[in-house]
Design a protein around this ligand. Structure first.
Ligand code: TXA
Ligand code: MG
Length: 339
């Protein structure tokens, strides 16, 4: 059997059967979602869940998201579906949102890192839902990258990081968002965004009375509430700096001149050339830029980049809030504001 199984649409769904069986019996399967690729295991099988941490090199104290195929499947996983949870499930699921609720007894400790809460997500990717449905079990899945590396947005990224660790990789093409889901904690007094993502703050405030948001402003000094957010993350091997503002050419050129003996890649929203540096164009909108960000970071690394200079012309708000959050983490807080 091939390690990589291409599933485009309904006609290919029977190709998911072997992977679904493997999941149910405790093996690891990587699969596409609309956000990023996930590294899945049977969420009710503690040994299977533990093997996720081993495969990724993930710290044990970082809990996993449990993925379901149908709204009805959430009930058994949590103590109670609160009224806010019901609103979010009705309005935004399936979609790029993860909600934190008090866990039920069937969730093994390995999933929640011993905590009393569990993260629940129903992906909008039909391939993801079909796989989970055929497996017949909820699927615990972090992003399918080695811990610390940029999240995978193509099957090839998963292959690069985890080929030897998985039963198979389902290739469903490029992820639509390219950034992870929004993590919303519904166990606090006021619903709190722990990680900005595909579903925006603006969408959430249209549904819930009050939401404590992450503004997307540069505020990395705040203590992380979601365990996963405290680690250096989404990071390329190259040294990375981010340039915020509309026109950063002067600052970027200065940085290039300081490093003439280094291989430099400049990430841009629009085509432009710089002397003594290669460029990668990610796209004019925050959505396009987000879709291509993790792929660009991996490509720069694979082409031998010593230094990555990313020009980000977007201000926070909408999907740009999540983009800024990821890009700050990618560069370890090495942010320069132009003018
Ligand atoms: O889009 C996504 O969410 C992707 C796809 C595969 O679904 N998954 C993903 O998983 O990004 P991961 O493990 O890379 O990130 C999950 C985040 C981490 O920051 C983790 O700490 C947080 O969710 N998390 C999980 N369970 C939690 C809990 N019970 N309480 C607070 N944070 C939690
Ligand atoms: Mg991750």
């Amino acid at each position: 059997m091939d390690k990589i199984i291409t599933v485009k649409d309904k006609n290919d769904y029977d190709k998911l059967n072997e992977a679904a069986k493997a999941l149910a019996r405790g093996q690891l399967v990587a699969f596409p979602t609309e956000t990023v690729y996930g590294l899945g295991a049977n969420a009710l099988d503690e040994q299977a869940v533990k093997s996720i941490f081993k495969a990724k090199g993930r710290p044990q104290d970082n809990p996993l998201i449990v993925h379901v195929a149908k709204k009805e499947d959430i009930e058994d996983l949590v103590k109670e579906i609160t009224s806010d949870a019901k609103k979010i499930i009705d309005a935004l699921m399936p979609g790029a949102i993860t909600i934190i609720l008090k866990k039920s007894n069937i969730i093994p400790d390995a999933v929640t890192a011993g905590g009393e809460t569990v993260a629940i997500r129903m992906p909008s990717s039909p391939v993801a839902r079909e796989l989970i449905m055929r497996a017949g079990v909820p699927v615990a899945a972090p992003s399918a990258n080695r811990s610390g590396k940029p999240s995978p947005t193509k099957a090839a990224h998963v292959k690069e990081d985890l080929e030897d660790e998985v039963f198979c990789i389902i290739d469903g093409g490029d992820c639509a968002y390219g950034l992870e889901s929004t993590v919303l904690d519904l166990t606090c007094k006021v619903p709190t965004i722990l990680r900005p993502g595909g579903v925006t703050y603006e969408e959430l405030t249209g549904i819930l009375d009050k939401v404590v948001g992450s503004s997307g402003e540069y505020d990395d000094k705040k203590a992380p509430k979601s365990p996963g957010m405290k680690y250096r993350h989404y990071a390329p091997s190259a040294q990375m700096s981010v340039f915020l503002g509309e026109d950063c050419d002067e600052e970027i050129n200065k940085e290039i001149l300081k490093n003439t003996n280094k291989k430099i890649f400049v990430l841009l929203a629009e085509e432009k050339s710089f002397e003594n540096a290669e460029t990668i164009v990610l796209g004019k909108t925050a959505m396009e830029y987000s879709q291509n960000l993790f792929d660009a970071l991996r490509n720069a690394d694979n082409m031998g980049a010593d230094i990555i200079l990313a020009h980000v012309p977007f201000s926070s708000g909408g999907i740009a809030t999540a983009l800024l959050n990821r890009i700050y983490k990618s560069c370890g807080g090495n942010v320069k504001i132009c003018r």
